[in-house]
Write a protein that binds this ligand. Sequence first.
Ligand SMILES: Nc1ncnc2c1ncn2[C@@H]1O[C@H](COP(=O)(O)OP(=O)(O)OP(=O)(O)O)[C@@H](O)[C@H]1O
Ligand SMILES: [Mg+2]
Length: 300
Amino acid sequence: MLSDEIVTARQRANLTQEELAARTGLSVRSIRNLESARVTRPRPATVRLLRDVLGLPAHPSPSARLRPMQLPLEIPGFTGRRPQLEQLDRLLDGGPRRMSSVVVGVLSGRPGIGKTALALRWAHRSAARFADGVLHVHLGGSDPKKPAVTPSEALGCLIEALDVPGGVPCGPAARAGLYRSALAGRRMLIMLDDARDADQVRPLLPGVPGCMVVVTSRDRLTGLVVGEAAHPVVVDELAPCEAWQLLQARLGERRLSAEREAARQIVARCAGVPRALAVVAARAAVQPRLPLAELARQLR
Ligand SMILES: Nc1ncnc2c1ncn2[C@@H]1O[C@H](COP(=O)(O)OP(=O)(O)OP(=O)(O)O)[C@@H](O)[C@H]1O
Ligand SMILES: [Mg+2]
């Protein structure tokens, strides 16, 4: 393990030497010695601790592999969700279990409540902790116009992104096997957006620890919570002050303070559902002269 590798990974994870020492249980002096290359051959246990906390792969490949970063753009003006973001942080940091099993977080809630926005926000924030990159598949589980993506189709997309020699095999079993082989020893975040049910997700879970999976679904995916010890993360309504912040981020403080009562009515009538707030804000944004009172009236 090279000193440069430690410094780069530590800075990418936004940690000071002291914070890295606290997380690994190593002394600050040891970290300094390693980073300054005063110590060049650390003990294997030290390397394991550092790799784990810094999200470095257990067996780094000698050749530079493609590091996929498939996350779509996160929404600007993201508000609230602190408890859920912290819950996801804890899952990623989470103690000995993290070493021994694949960590799966299931973000569930009603349509438009902000599951995808939250998952993207957290994934962008945490991407640097996944040394081998981030995969993203949209599973189309709630699209009334199209059938949901099959596990085999999703595996095809995932394998393509993993840049496996030989390409995508034909049958679902071969795809599942190749996918799991390709993930073994890699440290990746896999975001599965808009899952229909647990059966759609199960074949997309890695076979060995090292990766983290974040699933969003309108369904609670209880089957995954029971069978695969997935961690439920409930996405519920925004608090009125968060809803106000959402409107403020999109329309500006000036427009809101010019019509405070109407803005309050919009917040109340959207009942903490971000998609409803985003739709109203979009209407107001495209018609800058439209009074907010008129929009509030339309929501009655
Ligand atoms: N925390 C947030 N801050 C600001 N805007 C948000 C937030 N959450 C969601 N939004 C807005 O609400 C819209 C709907 O959110 P999102 O697509 O995440 O809902 P969803 O729960 O994934 O819905 P679906 O069940 O249809 O997949 C987003 O496009 C975004 O504009
Ligand atoms: Mg969604």
